[in-house]
Design a binder for this molecule. Structure first.
Ligand SMILES: NC(=O)C1=CN([C@@H]2O[C@H](COP(=O)(O)OP(=O)(O)OC[C@H]3O[C@@H](n4cnc5c(N)ncnc54)[C@H](O)[C@@H]3O)[C@@H](O)[C@H]2O)C=CC1
Ligand SMILES: N[C@@H](CC=O)C(=O)O
Ligand code: NA
Length: 818
C-alpha cells in the first residue's frame, strides 16, 4: 500500500491534472494498491477565505468572486471529461456551489464568520477538486471512488487546526479501506468532529491527511507530489547553486522546515515518521526527478551539512541587567510571559555570564513582546536589576542543518569564518546540543550574500563564484581578462570555481552585471550596454550589491582611485592591484590599508607592485611572518631600464630602445615614470615598508640617469624628442662601460634603514651582470640568508607576467575564502 498526495499546483489546471492522471495510470499499471489525496486547486483555499470575509463584511462582490472559483472547476470538467459524460459532473459541481452560496448568504446576513464556519467554507476546496478528479478518472474507465475524509478522520472541535483523535481515526480508516477496494480519492486537509461538524487540519493539512492515512494503513511509502524538485540545499530563489538533497532524515527535515523551507511541513508528517514510513518528495512537472527521500536515517552523506534555511525577517529582543546574574527563575518567567501571550520564540541565546538573554521573534510581535516583558519585570526594572529591554529589527536568521555535524569537527568554524571573510557581522547565534543546527542572526541586508557564501563553502563540489570588479582595461587589465577566458574551463572543472566578472570599467564606460560579463565579448558589451564611467558610482554600486566573495581589481595607474581602496576594504571587499600608487603614498596611508584589511578579514594583495609576477612581496611576507630579519636588499627593479641597458649598444639609438620597451609593454603608462627613477623609487619604498622600515617617499634617494631636458619634458612626445637630442649622453655612458667590460645597472639598495637608487657599472663577477630582456633581480640578505643571499630573478615587466601575477593574487583570495 502506498499513499500519494498531490498539492494545489499539481491539480491547478487542465494540463497539470492531465499529468497527475498519467502518474496515477502508471501506478495503476503496476498493480499495487494505493490511495491518493488531493489538495484544493492552487489558490482556491485562500480565495474561499477571502470570499468568506467579504460576505461577513457585507461586500456583495463575493458573489462575483465565487463565480470565478466555480468557473475554474467548470473549465477542468470541460477540459478533461468527454462532452457526453460532462453533465452529471457539472451538476455535482453546481450542487456544491449552491450549498456554498447558501452558507455564504447566511454569513452575509448575520455578518459573522466564525472559525467553525470558515472551516466549512474552506472544505469546499478539497471536496470540489477531489470530486472532479474522481469523475475524470471514472470517465476514463478507472474504478475510482470519492472519499470524503470527514467520514474517517475525526478531530476535536478546535476549528482551524483540529486535534486528531487517532484511536477512532485509525480504526475508521482501516474499516473503510477494508470495505472499499477501488482506488480511493481522498479529500486532503479536512476532517470532522465525532458529531459530524467539519474541521480542518491546519498548516500542511493535506500532507497531514496523507500521513494519517499512510500511518493507519502501514503504507510502505508516502509520495508527496509537488511542483519543485524535492527539498533543496537552500532556497533556489536566493542561492543560485542550490541543488536537490537526495536523502534527508526526519530530524533534518524538521529543522529545515522550522527555518522556513516550505516544500513539506514535517510536523504534519509526524504520524508517518512515527511508523518509519519513507517519504518521497516528487515533482509532478518533472517526473524524471528521482525525488528527495525523507527517512528515519538519511543515506550516505557527502557533505558536513544537509541544507541551509533562513527566515527573512525577525526581531531580536535583548534583556539584560546585572541583577539577572545567578537569579533563578528569570528565564522561566520570561518565556512563560511570552507563551501566555502567544508569542512564539524562534531562537534563544544566553551567555553563560547570565547577564543577558536574547531571543528572536516574529517582528509583528515585537511591540507586544516589549510591553509584556516590561510588565512582567516592572519591579526588576524599577530596582535597576534589569537595565534594558531592547528590540532590534531588520534582521534575518540563517540555520545550517545536518546530522553530519555530529561527526565532523570544524563546521561552526567554517560557518563563522566564511561570514567573517565576507564582512558579515553575527548579531546572535545558537546551537542546540543535538548538534543538528547552528543558527546565526545577521542583518537582513546581508542575507543573500551570507546564504550564497555559506552554500559555497559547505557544498564545495558545487561551483563557487568569485565576483570580480575590474577597473582599467588597458594592457594589464585586458591581458588578465584574456587569461581568465583561457582558464575558465580549467577552473570550473578542476577547482569548482567560477570567476564571474561582475563589473568592468574603462575611462569612458562602465558596466555592472551580477550575472557576469563574459570574457569573450566584454569589449562589445561595455561599449553597447555600459554607461558613462563614474568611479564613485561604480564603487557605491559594488557595495550595494553586497555580493559574496567580491574582489575589486584596479588595473589602472590612476592616483585618485586609491581613496576608494579604504572604502572598499571597509565594506569587506578584497582589493587586488598592480597599481603602486596606494602603497607608495604616505606611510600612514599604507598602514591604514593594511590594518583595515586585517580588521575586516579581507585581503589587500599587490604582488605585482614589485617585479611584476615574480614572487617578491609574498617571499618577504613569508620571511617576516616567520621571524627573519632583513639586513640588506639590493635589486634591479625596473623591467624597462633593465631592457634598455640589456639592449642599448653602440649599434642602436637610446630613444629607439626606449620605444621598444614601451611597445613590449614594459614601461609605465607614462615611460617618464620609469626613466626618471620614480617607478624604481616606489618599488624600493614598498619593499622597505614590507620589511618593516617605515620610510616616506621623499626619503628615497634617487640619482637621475636622465639629463634635465628629458626629465622636464612636458609631454610624452616631447620627452621622446628630448631623448633623441640626448642620445650622445647615453652613448657615452654605455661606451665607457663597454670599454671596461662592464654593464650599466640601475640598482636600488636598502640598508641600515636607508634607501637609495644609483646608476652603477658592474663587471662579470657581479651577480647582476648576467641579465637579459626585462629581467629584475632582487637579492635579500637576511639573518637566515646571511652568507649567501636569497635571490629572485626573472622578467620583471610585461603584460603576461604581470597579469598572471594579478591572477595569482585573485586565486589566493579564492583559496582564502575557501
Ligand atoms: N606593464 C607592466 O609590466 C606592469 C604594470 N604595472 C601596473 O599596472 C597598471 C596598469 O598598467 P598598464 O596596463 O600597463 O597600463 P595601461 O595604460 O595600458 O592601462 C591602464 C588603463 O587604465 C585606464 N584607466 C586609468 N584610470 C582609470 C579610471 N579611473 N577608471 C577606469 N580606467 C582607468 C586607462 O585608460 C588605461 O586603459 C599600472 O598601475 C602599472 O604601474 C605593474 C607591474 C608591471
Ligand atoms: N614599468 C615597470 C613595470 C613593472 O612594474 C617596469 O618597467 O618595471
Ligand atoms: Na611581484
Amino acid at each position: 500500500m502506498k499513499v500519494l498526495k498531490f498539492g494545489g499546483t499539481s491539480v491547478g489546471s487542465v494540463d497539470s491534472i492531465k499529468t497527475v492522471i498519467n502518474i496515477l495510470e502508471e501506478n495503476l499499471a503496476k498493480g499495487e494498491r494505493f490511495a491518493v489525496v488531493f489538495s484544493a486547486m492552487g489558490g482556491v483555499t485562500n480565495r474561499l477565505i477571502e470570499i468568506g470575509k467579504m460576505a461577513a463584511s457585507g461586500n456583495p462582490d463575493y458573489i462575483e468572486f465565487l463565480k470565478g472559483v466555480e468557473e475554474r472547476h467548470f473549465a477542468i470538467v470541460r477540459g478533461l471529461i468527454p462532452v457526453k459524460s460532462q453533465s452529471s459532473t457539472f451538476a455535482a459541481v453546481r450542487g456544491l456551489f449552491n450549498e456554498l452560496e447558501d452558507i455564504l448568504r447566511g454569513v452575509s446576513w448575520i455578518k459573522e464568520l466564525s472559525e467553525r464556519t470558515l472551516d466549512l467554507i474552506m472544505s469546499f476546496g478539497e471536496r470540489l477538486s477531489t470530486m472532479v478528479i474522481t469523475e475524470i478518472l471514472k470517465s476514463k474507465g478507472i474504478a475510482a471512488e470519492f472519499c470524503d475524509a470527514r467520514q474517517i478522520i475525526h478531530t476535536n472541535a478546535t476549528y482551524g487546526m483540529g486535534d486528531v483523535n487517532f484511536e477512532i481515526t485509525n480504526k475508521q480508516i482501516l474499516e473503510y479501506f477494508a470495505k472499499n477496494a477501488a482506488l480511493q480519492c481522498v479529500t486532503g486537509f479536512i476532517a470532522s468532529t465525532a458529531e459530524g461538524v467539519t474541521t480542518t487540519l491546519g498548516r500542511g493539512g493535506s500532507d497531514f491527511t496523507a500521513s494519517i492515512l499512510g500511518a493507519a494503513l502501514d503504507a510502505e511509502a508516502i509520495e508527496i507530489w509537488t511542483d519543485v524538485d524535492g527539498m533543496m540545499t537552500a532556497d533556489p530563489r536566493k542561492v543560485t547553486n542550490a541543488f536537490t538533497i537526495p536523502s534527508i532524515s526526519y530530524a533534518e527535515a524538521m529543522e529545515l522546515s522550522h527555518f522556513g523551507a516550505k516544500v513539506i511541513y514535517p510536523p504534519s508528517l509526524q504520524p508517518a515518521f512515527a511508523k518509519n514510513i519513507t517519504l518521497k518528495v516528487l515533482n509532478t512537472f518533472n517526473t524524471d526527478f528521482e525525488g528527495t527521500y525523507v527517512q528515519k536515517a538519511a543515506n550516505g552523506k557527502e557533505y558536513a551539512i544537509t541544507g541551509i534555511s533562513s527566515i527573512d525577517e525577525i526581531a531580536l529582543v535583548n534583556i539584560q541587567g546585572s541583577g539577572m546574574i545567578g537569579v533563578a527563575g528569570i528565564s522561566g518567567r520570561l518565556f512563560t510571559a511570552l507563551s501566555n501571550n502567544a508569542i512564539s520564540v524562534i531562537l534563544i541565546s544566553q551567555a553563560s555570564s547570565e547577564h543577558s538573554i536574547c531571543f528572536s521573534i516574529d517582528p509583528k510581535n515585537a511591540q507586544k513582546a516589549s510591553e509584556v516583558l516590561e510588565k512582567e519585570f516592572a519591579t526588576e526594572i524599577s530596582l535597576g536589576h534589569i537595565d534594558s529591554i531592547s528590540i532590534e529589527k531588520n534582521l534575518s536568521i540563517i540555520a545550517i542543518v545536518g546530522e553530519g555535524m555530529k561527526k565532523s569537527t570544524g563546521v561552526s568554524g567554517k560557518l563563522f569564518s566564511v561570514l567573517g571573510k565576507n564582512g558579515i557581522n553575527v548579531v546572535a547565534t545558537a546551537q542546540g546540543s543535538s548538534e543538528l543546527n547552528i543558527s546565526v542572526v545577521i542583518a537582513k541586508s546581508d542575507l543573500s550574500k551570507a546564504l550564497n557564501a555559506i552554500h559555497g563553502v559547505f557544498f564545495q563540489s558545487e561551483t563557487r563564484s568569485l565576483n570580480l570588479f575590474i577597473v582599467g582595461v588597458g594592457l594589464i587589465g585586458s591581458t588578465l581578462i584574456e587569461q581568465v577566458r583561457n582558464q575558465t574551463q580549467y577552473l570550473r572543472t578542476e577547482k569548482f570555481l567560477n570567476l564571474n566578472i561582475a563589473g568592468l570599467s574603462n575611462t569612458k564606460k562602465m558596466l555592472l552585471d551580477i550575472d557576469g560579463i563574459k570574457p569573450e565579448n566584454w569589449r562589445d558589451r561595455v561599449m553597447d550596454e555600459g554607461v558613462k564611467t563614474n568611479l564613485p558610482a561604480f564603487v557605491q554600486r559594488m557595495i550595494e550589491l553586497n555580493l559574496p566573495n567580491s574582489v575589486f581589481v584596479d588595473c589602472t595607474s590612476d592616483k585618485d582611485i586609491v581613496q576608494y581602496y579604504q572604502i572598499l576594504l571597509d565594506a569587506s571587499i578584497s582589493v587586488v592591484t598592480p597599481n603602486k600608487v596606494a602603497n607608495s603614498g604616505s606611510y600612514s596611508e599604507y598602514v591604514s590599508l593594511q590594518r583595515t584589511a586585517l580588521q575586516r578579514g579581507v585581503k589587500f594583495l599587490y604582488e605585482t607592485n614589485v617585479g611584476a609576477g615574480l614572487p617578491i612581496i609574498n617571499t618577504i611576507q613569508g620571511l617576516m611572518a616567520s621571524g627573519d630579519k632583513f639586513l640588506k636588499i639590493e635589486a634591479i627593479l625596473s623591467g624597462t631600464l633593465s631592457y634598455i641597458f640589456n639592449n642599448f649598444s653602440s649599434e642602436n639609438r637610446f630613444v629607439d630602445v626606449v620605444k621598444e620597451a614601451k611597445a613590449k609593454g614594459f614601461t609605465e603608462p607614462d615611460p617618464r615614470d620609469d626613466l626618471s627613477g620614480a617607478d624604481v623609487g616606489r618599488k624600493i619604498l614598498i619593499l622597505a615598508r614590507e620589511v618593516g622600515v617605515p620610510l616616506e617617499p621623499e626619503e628615497i634617494k634617487i640619482s637621475q640617469i636622465l639629463p634635465g631636458n628629458c626629465l622636464n619634458a612636458p609631454t610624452v612626445d616631447a620627452f621622446f624628442k628630448e631623448l633623441e637630442i640626448s642620445n650622445n649622453y647615453f652613448a657615452e655612458n654605455q661606451a665607457n662601460a663597454e670599454a671596461n667590460g662592464e654593464k650599466l645597472r640601475y640598482i636600488a639598495t636598502l640598508e641600515n634603514g636607508k634607501a637609495s637608487i644609483e646608476l652603477k657599472t658592474v663587471d662579470s663577477s657581479h651577480p647582476f651582470y648576467n641579465l637579459s630582456g626585462s629581467d629584475n633581480i632582487i637579492s635579500f640578505t637576511t639573518e637566515r640568508y646571511k652568507d649567501r643571499p636569497l635571490v629572485i630573478k626573472g622578467p620583471g615587466a610585461g603584460a603576461e607576467v604581470t597579469a598572471s601575477g594579478v591572477f595569482a593574487d585573485i586565486m589566493s583570495i579564492s583559496s582564502y575564502l575557501g
